[in-house]
Design a protein around this ligand. Sequence first.
Ligand SMILES: Nc1ncnc2c1ncn2[C@@H]1O[C@H](COP(=O)(O)OP(=O)(O)OP(=O)(O)O)[C@@H](O)[C@H]1O
Ligand SMILES: [Mg+2]
Length: 253
Amino acid sequence: MNFLEIKGLCRNFGGLRAVCDLNAHIEAGRITAMIGPNGAGKTTAFNLVTGLLPVSTGKIFFQGKDITGLPPHKIAFLGVARTFQNIRIFSNMSVLENVMVGVHTRSCKGMFSSALRLPGVSSEEKFIRDEAFKYLEWMELAHLASMDAGNLPFGQQRILEIARALAAKPKLILLDEPAAGLNSQETNKLSKLIRNILESGVTVFLVEHDMELVMNISHDIIVLNNGFLITRGTPSEVQRNKDVITAYLGEEH
Ligand SMILES: Nc1ncnc2c1ncn2[C@@H]1O[C@H](COP(=O)(O)OP(=O)(O)OP(=O)(O)O)[C@@H](O)[C@H]1O
Ligand SMILES: [Mg+2]
């Protein structure tokens, strides 16, 4: 059984085939990157896996369970968290409150009060706050906890979104272009953070255009072009693949 399995996945937008007959899998305990030129279908594939978009055809299995067609919150409960290419944080809420939203995703299951025998809402609230703070400490954002999230510098907003996703205690995290807009120092920190996330026991599925980052941290790479899978392999296999070079550089090269 594969950790995440995508079978014959298609998504059409009118006449446009954004994802076509995609077969792919993700193994637990590894960093898998999905790369491809602009418009290749990467974000669409993430939207299908997380239930944000209905599939046209095909199936998605997470830990052997068919999650095709489940609403996003159910997929999140099963242990799949994500970040977005265009950052989605709550700008008017504090940095801490943003992460509390992530922790709350867990509490919606009702497991806190029952498992921990908490007497009331206020204790649960305190638990959520303390939990959220731990993620801010991990991401080195704790000193900014009370700041409005919208006032954070861009790079730290990206990290905050990752913190919120992790606060849901996922088994799998999907990161859609986490390095976009980051400077090289921030990107270096991000690559360490992604390795660190993996070491903490969370499997990573990454979409990214920064090839240095991808080649440095990925175990497996899936390459899409025009909605189709063109190859899958290790970083060195993918770098040598003629179809990949053609997809990125065009036919004339
Ligand atoms: N909601 C939508 N409605 C119509 N077309 C869409 C929609 N979302 C994506 N598309 C189209 O589907 C194709 C794949 O888009 P997608 O955003 O998945 O690409 P991508 O690989 O993530 O690209 P990028 O690297 O630029 O983020 C593109 O042609 C895009 O214009
Ligand atoms: Mg995209």
